[in-house]
Design a protein around this ligand. Structure first.
Ligand code: AMP
Ligand code: MN
Ligand code: MN
Ligand code: MN
Length: 286
């Protein structure tokens, strides 16, 4: 089987730069056959995504990327094939967005303390969804206002732990995120596992083991954040902990994203795909 699946991407409802319609059109034009929209802590784009995918004959499952916390570290969990109207899920997401507003204010204070004024007002102008403010919006504002040369530079100089624009933030517990995804009938997938700094926490193996023990269902094996040795490493860990495997480009923007829709390799056949029993995925086996 050689079909294109992408179960992780972002629209303007979170920190992507494309409208849902343009995102779906781009995915279709790049050969994607099964898509999930997984905005950060937000499902408001799902009805539009469902409509555009239906119009373009692209198989779709509703998704979300929940910002959560494990051992004081921020961990992203993608919920796939969720019921986007489920009250347990939507109330957890509403709380997460409210907490983002509070964090954004504290970030504004932190930037002001190092002489950068009006960072939140500037970031807000880059956030098309006023209900979802992200560090990415701060980064785009600081690039366009000339403080830094690139989004990456803003993160490195200002927005990582220990840097002047970074503020500590308590996300929901990993367990709560997994439970909310399950309450909404979805599968919980650990996003881009190689991105986490697990070296003092037992390494990636400990994280995947804890995730599986907490009821997590799958892990992104093939994603833009991984290099080829990491695809193999996470394939082995998925098998060891009996986790389903997923693929996601984590696409945000044609200008910023390293990987284009459709460019990631397929999953190795000795992994069980997270979509293996979804009716929406039947088109892949036709
Ligand atoms: P937030 O969820 O508001 O804390 O922002 C996290 C988002 O920032 C991620 O989803 C990425 O889109 C982006 N991000 C994180 N680290 C970097 C980085 N080093 N360079 C560029 N974007 C980043
Ligand atoms: Mn993002
Ligand atoms: Mn993420
Ligand atoms: Mn993402």
């Amino acid at each position: 089987m050689n079909r294109v699946v992408d179960l992780h991407c972002h629209s303007r409802y979170s920190d992507g730069t494309l409208s849902v319609g343009d995102l779906v059109t781009l995915a279709k034009s790049r050969g994607v056959e099964l898509l999930s929209l997984t905005d950060h802590d937000e499902v408001s784009g799902i009805p539009e995504a469902r409509k555009h995918c239906a119009e373009q004959a692209l198989a779709f499952v509703a998704g979300v990327e929940i910002s959560s916390e494990w051992r004081d570290m921020s961990i992203h969990i993608v919920g796939l094939r969720v019921d986007d109207k489920n009250a347990v899920l939507t109330s957890l997401l509403a709380g997460a967005r409210k907490a983002r507003d509070d964090r954004a204010q504290r970030m504004d204070d932190a930037f002001e303390a190092v002489g950068i004024r009006g960072a939140l007002a500037g970031a807000s102008a880059y956030a098309p969804n006023p209900d979802l403010i992200s560090r990415t919006h701060f980064a785009r504002h600081l690039v366009d206002s000339g403080v830094c040369g690139s989004v990456g530079e803003v993160f490195t100089r200002f927005m990582k732990p220990g840097k002047p624009g970074y503020v500590a933030h308590q996300w929901v517990a990993m367990q709560a995120a997994i439970d909310a995804i399950h309450a909404a009938g979805g599968r919980a997938v650990l996003a881009h596992p190689a991105r986490y700094e697990t070296q003092f926490l037992g390494g990636p193996s400990t994280l995947l083991k804890c995730f599986a023990e907490a009821g997590g269902d799958g892990v992104e094996v093939v994603c833009a954040a991984h290099n080829p040795p990491e695809w193999a490493q996470y394939a082995a860990l998925a098998r060891r902990y009996d986790l389903l495997a997923s693929i996601g480009s984590d696409f945000h923007s044609p200008m910023e994203s390293r990987v284009k829709f459709g460019d990631l390799p397929r999953l190795s056949p000795n992994l069980k795909p997270v979509w293996h029993d979804w009716p929406e995925a039947e088109c892949l086996y036709a």
